[in-house]
Write a protein that binds this ligand. Sequence first.
Ligand code: IPD
Length: 281
Amino acid sequence: MHRGMPKPRDDLLGVAIDVSVELGKMLLNERPTDIQTDEKSSPVDVVTEMDRAGELRARQALARYRPDDAICGEEGVREPGTSGVTWVIDPIDGTTNYLYRLPLWAVSVAAVVDGRIEAGCVHAPAVDMTFTAARSLGAHLVQGGHRSALSVSTAGRLDHSLIATGFGYGSTRRAGQGRVLAEVLPQVRDVRRSGAASMDLCWVAAGWLDGYYERGLHVWDYAAGALIVSEAGGDVSWLAGGAIEPLLIHDGEEPTLIAATPGVKDELHAVLIAASADQVP
Ligand code: IPD
């Protein structure tokens, strides 16, 4: 257990943290030099042997802590459960960064009950950042052994806002996302693309970004980060309208998700609607 972390507990957040930290250690310490990859949805979308090994480790860890829960993981693990709790897991969010040894990748673990995200942990061991949230109990960052409460930025103008986004893996999707970005970029302070959606969300929660949007995420990319943003006082919604909860746990791609500090949410929404962000193929 890291210094500053809550003590190991039987509750959902405690389990999310323990599983994430166990996985993070493995991914950091056992990455082979000559890492093996396979193609997924396109030639640039890869899965590494460590994504698969990480998801199996998560399944083993959860079987120890909570054997009756269901699991849905990015790399295909599907465990049915009887407790009503489903764990939504991305063993490596930011796989391309991990492949290239860029440190911006994270283990993302969320516990969902009746479509509500009850606990989430986004653990980025290569940069010593662990973001956590439990419903109604706030969002926190543990870094360097210190735990601090998170709150979104006080930004109130989009033209003075730092906005992040991400891209899918298909070339047609990317061409459309590039077109949308060309409309957003002149209207904001600047744009960032970290390569890990879960971290983008946590950085909105920390106030290090004012907003984030992306079309085509999967539930495992955003489930934990979305709770962390909302517990830090931010807004998370679909561009087309409506809350993300009740969360649907499925394999498909999502429409455009927006996460932002309340002061810029409406302006970012208007710019993305004008840019037809949801019409990107
Ligand atoms: C990807 C990352 C990236 C986002 C992509 C995701 P992966 O997840 O979160 O930032 O732009 O849409 O697919 O493939 O690294 O788990």
